[in-house]
Design a protein around this ligand. Structure first.
Ligand SMILES: [Zn+2]
Length: 274
């Protein structure tokens, strides 16, 4: 495959996936909407565009340079055993997915990280646009973790690109507002995170915050006892109880949210006034 085609493939795959998801989101929505989809999509696109800046200018260059170094020096876990190159690539991708489970857990458990990750969680509706609506600070802080992942695992540029592409496709899918047929959903959930599983993680219930932290394969949640699929989706509301006001959903509030005084995310700002 020539270089230009190889570089264009991840973007083309994502574009096709987003089109398919948009069609199914319109036809088979999983959740009722809280606000106008177009206004939310525009706002999420603005937050995502700003988040794309540290990804393009810091994360990607750092990751690729480090990946080239680990490959040249044969550094990292995947070089411990003599295994064929394709297998090494696969193991690296799987270990990247596993270490993302821990990063996701940290973003919920470490105060500084949660300030930024909470911006992703206050979305009162959840669909494919939520998948990219991260605060730029969340992306910037994740570069440190990414560097550790690459150096410790021994991720090559090829493994990194495969992981990054599959992660992007996976997060677009599991944030999507799509109701799958129960039998199909269950079958996919054996291996991959589904919209139902990730919706449980995004519910405005504290007891579900630590459910379904995987971002690709569901095996990590099963191993660590954080897998939950036993909650009926129609009983769930997306978002965080402390940030249910329209004011909290505004673009400026989202961008400044990590820097101000923090609310207890699980104490409702609505019930208190009602
Ligand atoms: Zn989360």
């Amino acid at each position: 495959m020539n270089a230009r085609l190889r570089n264009a493939t991840p973007g083309a795959l994502l574009a096709v996936e987003l089109l398919v998801l948009l069609v199914f989101e319109a036809r088979r929505p999983l959740r009722e909407k809280t606000e106008s989809k177009w206004r939310r999509d525009l706002r999420n696109a603005a937050v995502a565009t700003i988040a794309a800046i540290p990804v393009a200018t810091v994360e990607r260059p750092v990751a690729m340079r480090l990946a080239r170094m680990t490959e040249q020096r044969k550094f990292g876990i995947v070089h411990v055993a003599r295994i064929p190159e394709p297998l090494r690539t696969m193991v690296a991708v799987v270990l990247m997915d596993y270490s993302m489970y821990w990063w996701h857990a940290l973003t919920h458990r470490v105060g500084l990280l949660w300030r930024f990750h909470a911006v992703h969680h206050v979305d009162r509706d959840m669909d494919a646009s939520t998948a990219f609506r991260f605060h730029a600070g969340d992306m910037l802080l994740s570069v440190l973790w990414r560097a550790l992942q690459i150096a410790i695992i021994g991720v090559s540029p090829l493994s990194y690109t495969i992981w990054q592409t599959s992660l992007t496709l996976s997060i677009a899918f599991h944030h999507a507002d799509i109701e799958l047929a129960p039998a199909l959903e269950k079958r996919i959930a054996w291996f991959f995170v589904t919209p139902h599983l990730h919706g449980i993680h995004h519910a405005d219930r504290e007891d579900l915050e630590s459910a379904n932290w995987s971002s690709g394969l569901t095996i990590w949640d099963r191993i660590h006892g954080t897998f939950r699929d036993d909650v009926a989706h129609d009983t769930l509301r997306m978002g965080l109880p402390a940030y249910r006001d329209d004011r909290d959903a505004a673009f400026a509030s989202l961008m400044t949210m990590p820097f101000g005084a923090q609310r207890d995310a699980w104490v409702s700002n609505h019930d208190a006034r009602a």
